[in-house]
Design a protein around this ligand. Structure first.
Ligand code: 5GP
Ligand code: MN
Length: 336
């Protein structure tokens, strides 16, 4: 539903609200979720954030992080909260299949569902939708929701602003992707005016890694980076054993794919990681190259044109070899 007035009316009375987001939440998923949480509690609602899985340590400083329920750690409590909610906000994903087992409970729940998202092709499970692919981050849409739809600019405090700043900063690659319009810079300026400490937030997110993470990065770039100049592509495949060797935890592999994309001439960067029981892929591209098309067609995933992901239940070696067929298929586009 495009008309959000009925939602604004619903929010005029205290409600039981659940906010949820995608598995292995990133800066935008957590920033938008906790930004909305910190706003809705000011409005007197009873609010819970439920993430399908854990998330990186470098996001665990976000204001009211301690209030987050992780579904895999507290499944019964989370199911109860979902079943008893009046409203469920679904942030930074657009299909219930994307949030694993939690998706089934959200689908069955009595609550009205609100989608706030910027990914292509929403499934359409929601009752209310605040969605556009032109938003640089879901956090930008949460700002729009609070300021323009709810008319609550004066409620933006340092906690909300810090969360939303983090979401926009991480989803725009620190304000450099094409989605970072002048409007986004105005929003970011407003967030700083409302108390987001930009220098501190950059440090907390980007300069806060354990030593092993940096050494792992060195190992990967030296030994695991495969550059394919004939396809303007680069591939990194990391095994479970290597993750264990370097004691890699959630979030430690984030950003690695961007190093592959930063090589001169590389238009497509592919990161393949062997997780516990599945192989996960992260693709990044430049210009008009549709990284999401490859993820959708071959790896049950999707995402944005230039940043997408997917998965495979095949062996990591098989997944890597698949690109020997996929890259020639995209040869023309890789040279445009
Ligand atoms: P990342 O590579 O950082 O995990 O994900 C980049 C983007 O790809 C995400 O913002 C999301 O839009 C998309 N994405 C990642 N994994 C999946 C997946 O398994 N399914 C779908 N549909 N999208 C994904
Ligand atoms: Mn996002």
């Amino acid at each position: 539903m495009l008309d959000l007035n009925p939602l604004v009316k619903l929010l005029a009375e205290p409600k039981h609200i659940v906010i949820t987001t995608h598995p292995k939440p990133d800066g935008d998923a957590m920033g938008s979720s906790l930004g909305l949480y910190n706003y809705l509690i000011l409005k007197g609602h009873h609010v819970n954030v439920i993430t399908p899985t854990d998330y990186p340590v470098f996001l665990q400083w976000l204001p009211n992080n301690s209030m987050v329920n992780i579904f895999t750690e507290k499944p019964e409590e989370s199911k109860k909260l979902v079943a008893e909610a009046d409203l469920i906000f679904c942030l930074d994903f657009n299909s219930l299949a994307r949030i694993d087992e939690l998706g089934e409970y959200v689908r069955k729940a009595q609550a009205k569902k609100v989608l706030i998202d910027h990914h292509l092709e929403p499934e359409g499970f929601e009752d209310f939708r605040l969605w556009t692919t032109s938003a640089c981050a879901t956090a930008q849409l949460v700002y729009d929701f609070i300021v323009n739809i709810m008319g609550d600019r004066e409620l933006l405090n340092a906690d909300i602003a810090s969360c939303l700043y983090t979401g926009i900063m991480t989803d725009t690659g620190s304000f450099r992707y094409r989605s970072t319009t002048s409007k986004v810079h105005h929003i970011v300026a407003d967030l700083i005016d409302c108390g987001a400490d930009n220098t501190k937030i950059h440090q907390l997110v980007y300069d806060n890694f354990a030593e092993n993470r940096l050494r792992f990065l060195g190992y990967v770039l030296l030994n695991k980076l495969e550059v394919l100049p004939e396809y303007n592509s680069a591939i990194i495949a990391i095994t479970k054993k290597e993750l264990e060797q370097f004691h890699i935890t959630t979030g430690d592999t984030e950003g690695i794919v961007n190093y592959a994309l930063s090589i001169q001439g590389v238009r497509l960067a592919i990161l393949i990681i062997e997780r516990q029981d599945i192989v996960k892929l992260s693709l990044r591209s430049t210009g008009n190259f549709p990284a999401n098309e490859i993820c959708k067609k071959y790896f049950g995933g999707g995402g944005h044109l230039n940043a997408s992901g997917g998965f495979s239940s095949e062996k990591i070696e098989t997944v890597r070899e698949k690109f020997n067929i996929i890259l020639p298929e995209y040869n023309d586009l890789l040279h445009k």
